[in-house]
Design a protein around this ligand. Structure first.
Ligand code: FE
Length: 196
């Protein structure tokens, strides 16, 4: 059973103007779709073709001879998680248990926002910034390239893609503007709370 491109959780123009339909058409329709096509080509006829996506990611992590498989598999998983980390009319502050946990582990929501913004802005080159639950403590972690917390013991709650393809058509080189839009208008705290 080949790996499949999951449907988006909203329509392509739903995040406009923060992320335009044109960006989604490339980011989802070309980049995400190509990772799926590449992975299927790489694993066809091998035992990896019978595994789940998560199994492929965990079994190929750190294996230089399987770097192509890992990169494409992890990028499929990361992007699906990223789409679910956003919703139209998202952003602002979380509520309930997640809010209490953020206040406890970062000091306040504003301090969380400052650290998330800084880590997303200073990640050099292509990668991801994640809110994770690391053994009961919420933390913000960076991964480069296709790196993903799935290969660690930390549980991902939400993520932001800071590869240039995520924002260049809408924000050009202004990555901080994209991070600000994500936090103020897009982040799906309900999804993050479900993952807690
Ligand atoms: Fe991406």
């Amino acid at each position: 059973m080949p790996f499949e491109l999951p449907a988006l959780p909203w329509s392509e123009d739903a995040l406009d103007p923060h992320i335009s339909a044109r960006t989604i058409s490339f980011h989802y329709g070309k980049h995400h779709a190509t990772y799926v096509k590449n992975l299927n080509g790489l694993v066809e006829g091998t035992p990896l073709a019978e595994k789940t996506l998560e199994e492929v990611i965990r079994e190929t992590a750190g294996d230089a001879s399987k770097a192509g498989v890992f990169n494409n598999a992890a990028q499929i998983w990361n992007h699906t998680f990223f789409w679910n980390s956003m919703k139209p009319g998202g952003g602002g502050e979380p509520t309930g248990d997640l809010k209490s946990r953020i206040d406890a582990d970062f000091g306040s929501f504003d301090k969380f926002k400052d650290e998330f913004t800084k880590k997303a802005a200073t990640l050099f080159g292509s990668g991801w910034v994640w809110l994770v639950d690391n053994g009961g403590k919420l933390e913000i972690v960076q991964t480069t390239g296709a790196g993903t917390p799935l290969t660690t013991s930390a549980k991902p709650l939400m993520t932001l893609d800071v590869w240039e393809h995520a924002y260049y058509l809408d924000h050009q080189n202004l990555r901080p503007q994209f991070i600000g839009a994500f936090l103020s208008s897009l982040v799906n705290w309900d999804f993050a709370a479900q993952n807690l």
